[in-house]
Design a protein around this ligand. Structure first.
Ligand code: UDP
Length: 368
């Protein structure tokens, strides 16, 4: 008998939901976290009573009722609806692309008028879109592509839109209604009291060690548990034997301001090429805060190098191929479960991570 049923490397959402399921089945878990706190990238820091999304804005949205009921059983969610605004050289446009955006862009007022403009502009692309640029133009035309997509996307990914896969832009809805909701999902909100409420519930009953890198001493940790749940980078687990997977990183610049309301909305995207950051987050608006001060964060995209936070997988053909080689190795690892944005190398939203754990847990514990 080993000391623990599960050694869980990492403490983000995949790790947390797995730990919770394991505890529900009476299993013991040891959680090992590199950082000095648990919660992965949904962790919030309290500044003047404001929950600061320290690793980037996280807005929970899902159409999966089971996932929604699960998170609501752990924390109460508020009615926050993400409606970001894009700032292009001082011109303010509603996001995602909808009638408010089209009206501001072209002075049109009906869906038919907007469609006529977009149909004319999308003629610039013939045949099946081959890359993000062509996909974007065929969705919303050249004006919106130039003002609201090209600069933002090239900053975000550090690549020309012609060299990016088209699926990235398909994350964004295009609507011919006056609806500024960024997501199409049925359910949406932010946990009241911040994400840490959720994190604490997920890891209740687990032994936790922070400041510990599983890989640095893997033999020791491995020997302490029946099984391992690994949520870190997949290439690193195999000592990058086939080469490194590519990621995109971010740098955050956070400021406490002595004013009550800085930008009037939680998220403003800066879509021109020259402004070095992609967005400014004003955290209090996620929870309708009324504090006398406010905290803002400028988000700068950054090239990723070893040691930096790997925020986004780069799911182009080259990296996907490399990932498949690592995945083949992973399937041969006995008694190790790999999961989450890093171990699955997927541009996962939070609800999709939870779905992925639900599948893993169903296999592991024989229920869903
Ligand atoms: N995007 C854009 N303009 C915007 C916001 C998003 O062109 O104002 C594009 C960009 O290519 C980005 C993609 O849409 O990478 C997905 O955006 P999302 O907001 O889903 O990115 P995340 O919140 O995951 O960083």
């Amino acid at each position: 008998m080993k000391q623990y049923d599960y050694i869980i490397a990492g403490s983000g959402l995949f790790a947390g939901v797995f730990a919770y399921a394991a505890r529900q089945h009476g299993k013991t878990c040891l959680v090992l976290e590199k950082r000095d706190h648990i919660g992965g990238n949904i962790y919030c820091e309290d500044v003047e009573g404001i929950h600061v999304h320290k690793y980037g804005a996280h807005i929970f949205h899902t159409s999966n009722k089971k996932v929604w009921q699960f998170v609501n059983s752990l924390a109460e969610f508020n009615r926050y609806t993400n409606s970001p605004v894009a700032n292009f050289k001082g011109e303010m446009y509603n996001m995602p692309f909808n009638m408010n955006t089209f009206s501001r862009m072209w002075g049109v007022s009906t869906p038919a008028q907007a469609k006529a403009v977009i149909d004319e502009q999308r003629k610039a692309v013939s045949g099946e879109p081959k890359n993000l640029e062509e996909q974007a133009i065929s969705l919303v035309g050249t004006d919106i592509y130039e003002k609201l997509i090209k600069g933002y996307t090239e900053k975000q990914w550090g690549k020309d839109c012609k060299d990016l896969p088209s699926f990235i832009i398909k994350r964004l809805p295009v609507r011919y209604t006056y609806d500024n909701n960024y997501f199409n999902d049925l359910y949406q909100g932010i946990p009241i009291g911040g994400y840490n409420v959720l994190i604490d519930k997920l890891f209740e009953g687990c032994d936790i060690r922070t400041g510990v890198d599983y890989l640095a001493d893997r033999e020791t940790w491995r020997s302490m548990g029946e099984k391992v749940v690994y949520t870190g980078m997949l290439d690193a687990y195999f000592d990058c034997c086939y080469g490194e997977l590519e990621y995109r990183s971010l740098r955050f610049e956070t400021e406490l301001l002595d004013e009550e309301n800085h930008q009037g909305v939680a998220v403003v995207n800066y879509t021109d090429r020259e402004t070095p950051y992609t967005r400014v987050i004003e955290h209090k608006h996620f929870e309708f805060g009324t504090q006398p001060k406010t905290v803002i964060t400028r988000e700068y995209p950054a090239d990723w190098t070893t040691g930096m936070e790997p925020y986004y997988p780069v799911n182009d053909a080259k990296n996907q191929e490399l990932f498949e080689k690592y995945r083949a190795l992973a399937t041969k690892e006995e008694n190790v479960i790999f999961g989450g944005r890093l171990a699955e190398y997927k541009y996962y939203d939070m609800d999709k991570v939870i779905e992925s754990v639900m599948n893993a847990a169903a296999k592991e514990f024989g229920d869903a």
